[in-house]
Design a binder for this molecule. Structure first.
Ligand code: MN
Length: 249
């Protein structure tokens, strides 16, 4: 019980309490993240499809390395941190802020927990066995996107441009920020679940996640991030995305 309370406290410091509660709401199956709370280790989630299921848009080797090396490294790092490190005694918000900015351990946990959460989301938001027909959002999400961005095509263009232009490693997201759909990027393994002062944006409702770290595409696409992004649209799991959208209303 103490483990559970302390872990939530730690997540709270990092602004990640909402990650756990949100992701535990059946729309995304990353409940393994909760294992740590029960005093167990973090667990690398299995992919909900085969490593070659996203071919030809993301190749099997990239998927294997991305999942079994990169994502696993974040999980291993979290597990290497003694559970006592999660037990900060936080009495007020000012102290939280101070800790966020100054504690190196907190940064390590933020980066690796961010990496674990982001990749868990990313896998779930990819659709295996892509068909030749057009891949686009279901009716309700399509409606919301059209309302916000004019047309689906203009949304795609804006999202692709934002993801392409993001400098260095990071992520591009579609978020629902209090009823307004927004395209935002974060650096490294930050995400919109984190406080705005950390990640530069904030929402408890992520609808799309695109990894723009080079490790996500370099083997197949080399430096051509734009080609990777163009192909990613074919394997977006719009069913999951719409479930997240409906959950955010
Ligand atoms: Mn990645």
């Amino acid at each position: 019980m103490n483990d559970r309370r302390d872990f939530f406290k730690k997540l709270g410091i990092l602004g990640l309490t909402s990650v756990v509660t949100k992701l535990n709401s059946q729309t995304i199956s990353v409940e393994n993240i909760l294992d740590k709370i029960s005093g167990n280790s973090f667990v690398l989630p299995q992919l909900p499809y085969a490593y070659n299921a996203l071919e030809p848009f993301i190749d099997e080797e990239t998927m294997r390395i991305h999942h079994l090396k990169h994502h696993k490294a974040y999980v291993d790092k979290l597990n290497s941190i003694s559970s006592t490190k999660f037990n900060f005694e936080i009495s007020d918000q000012a102290k939280c802020n101070e800790l966020k900015l100054s504690n190196a351990e907190s940064t390590i946990i933020k980066n690796n927990l961010g990496g674990h959460v982001n990749h868990s989301l990313f896998w779930e938001l990819l659709k295996p066995n892509p068909k030749a027909d057009i891949n686009q959002p279901n009716a309700k999400l399509l409606d919301a996107i059209t309302k916000q961005f004019g047309t689906y095509e203009s949304f795609k263009k804006q999202f692709s441009e934002t993801a392409t232009k993001h400098f260095g490693s990071g992520w591009c997201w579609l978020i629902n920020e209090r009823g307004i759909l927004k395209i935002v990027t974060t650096s490294n393994q930050d995400n919109p679940y984190m406080p705005k002062e950390i990640s530069g944006c904030h929402s408890t409702s992520i609808l799309l996640a695109l990894d723009v770290w080079e490790h996500a595409y370099y083997l197949k696409y080399q430096n051509k991030r734009v080609d990777y992004i163009t192909n990613w649209w074919n394997i977006v799991n719009w069913e999951k995305s719409e479930a997240l959208y409906l959950n955010s209303l």
